[in-house]
Design a binder for this molecule. Structure first.
Ligand code: FE2
Length: 189
């Protein structure tokens, strides 16, 4: 039987403090992410072309995938800037790292309702491209490889920053795990 699994966080629940609190990570990982995994598993094993189930499957399975990536995109030793080939690709496609950071932040802050901003790699365009995902699965471009994602659902930041999504997005840069993002980039490039 096919089964999605909830991955363990790659660090302690309090490891990203003060940027993201232990309480937020516990609820986000143990309740929200687990919920997507459980629902995806429930649906996966009784889908039979039912349109509403297929839609729900996409929502939950994409939630599982995005959250799994989000946890590894962060690290208590994160922050700083990308290096090497990834920095070159970002500089080539956005003008500079600073310009990329601004554009990514704007994309994250301006997601309507619940969603994500993502840096992706497009084979087609042979470059890095920003996308803005609504919910977990709307506006995804098939085959674009996800490199770096930020969850801007309120559950990701409300306890720590209340309705100030911008403050959460700024704090996110302090914990970005660029080594992991580079690894992903080098494996798909
Ligand atoms: Fe989330």
């Amino acid at each position: 039987m096919k089964k999605f699994k909830l991955p363990a966080l790659p660090y302690a629940y309090d490891a990203l403090e003060p940027h993201i609190s232990e309480r937020t990570l516990r609820i986000h990982h143990d309740k929200h992410h687990k919920g997507y995994v459980d629902n995806a598993n429930k649906i996966l094993n009784r889908m039979s072309g039912d349109k509403s189930l297929l839609k729900s499957f996409s929502y939950n399975a994409a939630g599982q995938l995005l959250h799994s990536l989000f946890w590894t995109n962060m690290s208590p030793n994160g922050g700083g800037k990308p290096k090497g080939k990834l920095l070159k690709a970002i500089s080539d496609d956005f003008g500079s790292y600073e310009a990329f950071k601004q554009e990514f932040s704007n994309a994250a802050k301006s997601v309507e309702g619940s969603g994500w901003a993502a840096l992706t790699y497009s084979q087609d365009a042979d470059g890095v491209v920003l996308i803005q995902i609504e919910k977990h699965n709307v506006n995804i471009v098939p085959s674009y490889e996800l490199l770096l994602v930020i969850d801007v659902w309120e559950h990701a930041y409300y306890l720590d920053y209340q309705n100030n999504r911008g403050a959460f997005v700024e704090a996110f840069w302090e914990v970005v795990n660029w080594d992991e993002v580079s690894k992903r980039f080098n494996s798909v490039k």
